[in-house]
Design a protein around this ligand. Structure first.
Ligand SMILES: Cc1cc2nc3c(=O)[nH]c(=O)nc-3n(C[C@H](O)[C@H](O)[C@H](O)COP(=O)(O)OP(=O)(O)OC[C@H]3O[C@@H](n4cnc5c(N)ncnc54)[C@H](O)[C@@H]3O)c2cc1C
Length: 460
């Protein structure tokens, strides 16, 4: 019945490769596939690219923690260089302005010939006998279908894979609970020099000089303060909590970053939520927006009352997208296991190398660097191409934080470096499959890596 109804819907568009979700991985998948000369349609619920990195306001890009911080994505290097050229990225390629990234990703996708379909949500798919025929879309034109030869699920939550019948894992296997979510925001008109002087005064008073600093030119700074890890700002937070101006939860995870090209702007990695944190539950997402905006106003009042430099400051942006660290992990041809990360396993079909720590948020943080020196003396783990191939569905791939990995592994590979690399690998893998007239499941992952490397992706 359902399939019959869906098949009766008008066909809105068709493409060789349909990229579902234009976020961190999706933008890279679409650009990479289009650069291979393929006809690519990208469908995205918001009106811009970058997803969590831009609409979730998640800056900076974390280091890969590999020797030389190797970039396993040629597009990532190009994006870094473009952001630096426009004054919106730092030389290390980590700090960036999320708005500038939206502009650059859109330019890169348009230059590559990607077709866009913004403001369009994918609620379901038409799948029969292990093949996805079309995704169902909902937008101002109503319900319709988009047909394709290969689909790449870059929705972060694995929406398309799950609707196509794929199996998935969700949450910490010990508790069943997802990683915390956050609603990030930006404050403008901060006098960074005054804020930096304030840090220095506290350091002098308490003798604690940790996790708060600003360059004298006021262009770059960094601060964090998380309960349980005493740092320079701890007494300031404790005083505000004692006075009822902050909650205990405000203190569990608080971080502030500068953004190149935006003097006087501060990007905050908070407030963080510890209950009601299922990113696939619309009620939880709604509460995160409602409670988050209240917390943000409380935090701004705290800066104004307890710190210096915020006299004229105001909240200039609240992320339209709730920051979801982890929701579903899709079961793929190979699902990465904790021992793969812990023992730094290598795979013949590797497309990405990473040694980013295990990074599980919660009321107590687990940020554990993996210092093991493996037998092969290569201090990183590989992500295999098979983790992008949705098990049991012939023409469906998945990239980004919901690729095939168990919870603990996801906590490490969820960062932007590996999400970008997975999008690029999926886009190139889909193009190779089309060229050879085979399923993506039959593509040799080593060939995908060779193409990525030939274009500038860095591997040891
Ligand atoms: C609070 C927070 C802080 C973080 N901090 C860092 C950090 O400092 N450094 C770092 O490197 N990483 C960090 N990360 C991790 C990293 O940013 C994300 O894991 C990564 O960006 C996710 O990429 P993705 O492509 O899987 O998903 P996303 O970038 O979220 O992309 C998914 C896209 O799909 C779209 N979409 C979803 N469902 C549908 C649908 N059904 N129909 C149509 N469109 C849909 C979304 O709108 C979005 O554009 C952080 C994450 C969070 C949440």
């Amino acid at each position: 019945m359902k399939l019959e109804f869906y098949r009766s819907l008008p066909v809105y568009a068709s493409a060789d490769i349909v990229v579902c979700g234009g976020g961190t991985a999706g933008a890279f998948a679409a650009i990479a596939a289009a650069r291979e000369g393929k006809d690519v349609l990208l469908i995205e619920q918001f009106g811009s690219l970058g997803g969590t990195a831009t609409n979730g306001l998640v800056t900076p890009v974390m280091s890969t923690h590999t020797p030389g911080d190797r970039q396993c994505s040629y597009l990532s290097k190009e994006l870094r260089d473009r952001l630096i050229a426009r004054g919106s990225g730092d030389r290390g390629g980590r700090l960036f302005d999320p708005l500038a990234m939206k502009f650059e990703l859109e330019d890169m996708a348009q230059e590559a010939g990607v077709r866009f379909l913004y403001h369009t949500f994918i609620p379901d798919v038409i799948q029969e006998d292990g093949t996805v025929e079309a995704v169902i879309i909902a937008n101002k034109s109503g319900l319709s279908q988009v047909k394709g030869k290969i689909f790449i699920d870059c929705t972060g939550d694995g929406d398309v894979s799950v609707r196509a019948g794929a199996s998935f894992n969700k949450g910490n296997p010990e508790t069943g609970i997802n990683q915390p979510m956050s609603l990030r925001y930006i404050v403008d008109q901060v006098d960074i020099r005054a804020w930096g002087e304030f840090f220095e005064e506290i350091k002098k008073k308490t003798g604690v000089s940790l996790a708060a600093g600003a360059d004298p030119d006021g262009k770059s700074f960094y601060a964090h303060c998380c309960k349980g890890n005493p740092v320079t700002l701890t007494p300031v937070f404790e005083e505000a909590i004692a006075n009822g101006d902050l909650t205990e939860e405000d203190h569990l995870y608080w971080q502030a970053f500068s953004m190149p090209g935006r003097p006087g702007s501060v990007a905050f990695n908070c407030p963080e939520f510890f209950t009601g944190i299922d990113g696939t539950n619309p009620e939880d997402l709604t509460q995160a927006q409602l409670n988050g905006k209240k917390a943000i106003r409380r935090q701004l009042a705290f800066y104004k009352k307890y710190m210096r430099g915020f006299e004229n400051a105001y909240v200039s942006e609240v992320a339209p997208m709730v920051g979801v660290r982890e929701s579903r992990e899709i079961v793929t041809d190979y699902v990465m296991k904790p021992e793969d990360l812990l023992c730094k396993k290598k795979f013949p079909d590797m497309f990405c190398q990473s040694n980013y720590p295990i990074d599980i948020h919660g009321k107590s943080l687990k940020n554990i660097a993996n210092d093991l020196v493996p037998e092969d003396d290569k201090p990183w783990y590989d992500i295999p191409f098979r983790s992008l191939l949705v098990r049991g569905i012939d023409n469906l791939m998945v990239a980004g934080r919901c690729l095939g990995a168990e919870f603990l592994v996801e906590s490490s590979l969820r960062v932007q470096h590996s999400a970008r690399s997975s999008g690029e690998a999926a886009g190139i893998g889909a193009a190779l499959a089309l060229d050879s007239g085979i399923s993506p499941h039959a593509v040799n992952g080593a060939d995908v890596r060779s193409i990525m490397a030939s274009k500038g992706a860095e591997y040891a």
